[in-house]
Ligand binder design. Structure first.
Ligand code: FMN
Length: 212
């Protein structure tokens, strides 16, 4: 299937969180307009720790990231997995969910009212409890993140484009050098890989690379 069309979908950039967990997503959507019954959806990979906790607690928070969000924050929440990601950031606990106090335009908290199993991802349908506008800055868009900040996309994101990596891999293999691929973001490294190598795109260690 030619998937180029998918590259033209537009998205925002969000931090989806729950109790002591959180991950970057670009797949949040407002479904209803009634302020007394605001419903949103998020698409979350079944391998994400945040998915497990949202399923357990049925609670989530969604923060809209601001355009000047530090890329380190996206590396932490978008490429690492687990409970300790909030350690280096200021946050509050709101409706049992961790919510960042900096780098956000605002947040909402919501209760999951239904879940749709979509192969690799679950769609959580959630009813909004609270919403708060914190800072009226420009929100970070997916396009800006990729094209201006040159940010990488995690393979767990629905929008991860394996074709881009495959093309780059073929081109690099043709050069006759050793080729190493980052299994998290698809970064292609040409030549031998030093022991202390850190992926320049997403920040993970050498153990996440495979040799082609
Ligand atoms: C730009 C970007 C967009 C992403 N979008 C999504 C998304 O929409 N849904 C999803 O499940 N994961 C998405 N991810 C991947 C998760 O953020 C990533 O798998 C994260 O490490 C999961 O953390 P956790 O296991 O602690 O929950 C995205 C990552 C990046 C960098």
């Amino acid at each position: 299937m030619n998937d180029n069309l998918m590259n033209y979908f537009s998205y925002g950039m969000y931090l989806l969180s729950s109790k002591n967990c959180g991950c970057i997503i670009n797949t949040a959507c407002q479904i209803t307009s009634d302020v007394n019954n605001l419903i949103i959806t998020v698409s979350v990979n079944k391998n994400n720790y945040t998915n497990e906790i949202i399923k357990k607690t049925k609670k989530l928070a969604l923060s809209i990231l601001s355009q000047d969000t530090d890329l380190e924050l996206i590396k932490t929440f978008g490429f690492k997995s687990g409970t300790d990601k909030f350690n280096n950031y200021n946050y509050e606990t709101i409706d049992d969910c961790n919510v960042l106090t900096d780098n956000i335009i605002g947040y909402l908290t919501a209760d999951v009212i239904d879940t749709i199993d979509c192969d690799t991802h679950d769609i959580f349908i959630a009813k909004v409890n609270k919403q708060k506008l914190v800072n009226e800055e420009n929100p970070l868009t997916y396009k800006y993140y990729k094209e201006v900040l040159k940010g990488a996309v995690n393979k767990n994101a629905p929008t991860y484009n394996k074709l881009d990596t495959d093309k780059l891999e073929k081109k690099t293999t043709a050069s006759g050098q050793e080729v190493w691929i980052c299994t998290i973001c698809g970064y292609v490294h040409e030549g031998s890989l030093p022991e202390d190598f850190i992926c320049p795109r997403c920040g993970v260690e050498r153990k996440y690379f495979v040799k082609k």
